[in-house]
Design a binder for this molecule. Structure first.
Ligand code: PEP
Length: 250
């Protein structure tokens, strides 16, 4: 079974609610591609207006984070129930910015992954090495640990529906893209790791994105690689160029 590509924007901490709606209106006609699942990952405050603005389109909405409790005294956090009620279908978990600035651990990411799945939200679980780790030759060791801990107690059937985003930290927001060979090598390694944890069928079904300075110029080459099933796109997802990325095969 061929894996359908999934291309997701990560707006990070950009766009006020009114700016967000205006951006959706600009991008709507540009992101029509039946070969691709299109996702907009938006700040929490933009979720409700963006879901409304995306009604009747091919665009699904992702949250950029989520807490792993149902409700209660967790000031400032957002629960899976709230996201589901608002119409969210995906959640980006374990982005390197959250791991770095907000000290999220692999164990935290695992709790969030399990909670999201329990509520029917598809996790986009991020992993990726720093430049230092790449230079030390421990890229795959580090990523295997992130993936193995992140997927603890996730069943094969649940893992099959998940998305993993490989995002080398040195390529995020730097304009420095991994070559398609570098990106493919790690995405293939992640798929092998999934086969070891589960089985070949699960590895063949799970979707693995590449993220890190994807733009209209490099998307087609990256997405043509065997083990790269689309992208997680930061900076370029805020521009009309995102339409060109989504329509990379047209
Ligand atoms: C990201 O935010 O996940 C990302 C990959 O950013 P950029 O595309 O700007 O490098």
């Amino acid at each position: 079974m061929a894996r359908k590509k999934i291309i997701a924007g990560n707006w990070k901490m950009n766009m006020t609610p009114s700016e967000a709606v205006a951006l959706v209106e600009t991008l709507k006609p540009l992101v029509q591609n039946e070969d691709v699942d299109v996702v907009f990952g938006v700040p929490a405050i933009d979720i409700v207006p963006v879901v409304e603005a995306c009604k009747g389109t091919n665009i699904a909405v992702a949250a950029e984070n989520m807490y792993f409790e149902e409700s209660g005294a967790y000031t400032g956090e957002i629960s899976p129930k709230m996201l589901v009620d608002a119409g969210v279908k995906y959640v980006i978990l374990g982005h390197s910015e959250r791991r770095d600035y907000f000290k999220e651990t692999d164990a935290d990411v695992n709790k969030k992954v399990l909670k999201a799945i329990e509520h029917g939200i598809t996790p986009i679980m991020c992993c990726g090495e720093s430049l230092e780790q790449r230079e030390q030759g421990i890229t795959m060791d580090f990523i295997r640990q992130q993936v193995k801990i992140g997927l603890q107690n996730v069943t094969a059937d649940q893992a099959k529906k998940m998305v993993i985003a490989y995002e080398p930290i040195w390529a995020i927001g730097t304009g420095k893209t991994a070559t398609s060979e570098q990106a493919e090598e790690v995405c293939k390694g992640i798929r092998q790791c999934i086969a070891e944890i589960y089985d070949d069928a699960t590895a063949a079904e799970i979707r693995i994105q590449y993220g890190g300075s994807v733009n209209a110029g490099n998307a087609a080459e990256l997405f043509a690689m065997e083990d790269i099933d689309g992208g997680l796109v930061g900076g370029a997802s805020l521009k009309p160029d995102f339409g060109k990325i989504v329509c990379y095969n047209k």
